[in-house]
Ligand binder design. Sequence first.
Ligand SMILES: [Zn+2]
Length: 209
Amino acid sequence: MNTNAIFENNKNWIAQKLSKDPEFFTKLAKGQSPEFLYIGCSDSRVTAEEVMGLEPGQVFVHRNIANMVPNTDLSSMSVINYAVNQLKVNHIIVCGHYGCGGILAAMQQADLGILNPWLRSIRDVYRIHKAELNAIVSDEEKYKRLTELNVQEQCINVIKTAEVQKASNERNLRVHGWVFDLESGKLIDLKIDFYTILKGITEIYKIDS
Ligand SMILES: [Zn+2]
């Protein structure tokens, strides 16, 4: 496929949207008030809006390799700040996926240059949960479990931010951890216990006074 085909696709998409709603782009241009912030992997197979069945305007999206939320990453921190403080989203979703190349790379011994510090955050997740992960015999199952634990730890990183701590006191904001299963197309809710995690990390990570 060349880039000309993409502009052709775009024309068709415009026509399709307008045939359903002649006001579609007029409304779109007026502004956004999405209810969800989605933090997912850059993997081309895991599209945010499409797998969730959402339309333009319904979800604020941040994607990077392996859906990470490192606390010194200006990009993800800015996205969380804007989504929580300005857009007033009440649901923050961290969505990982099985078959994630980032997770797999972090499980292997290789010098990947600029990717090293990024993947090291995933290795940190492994270290925190080493006993559980090392007890899993099957490599495939270990890979899956690290994917889930990484989502859980990134949810915790979201909860560590001042924005999320403040907003969860003031309104009904919650953080969700999901995994997308490429083989079935299913979104799986890891049922992260937001309030218990928030309570559990308060002693060390409380920022909001
Ligand atoms: Zn991935």
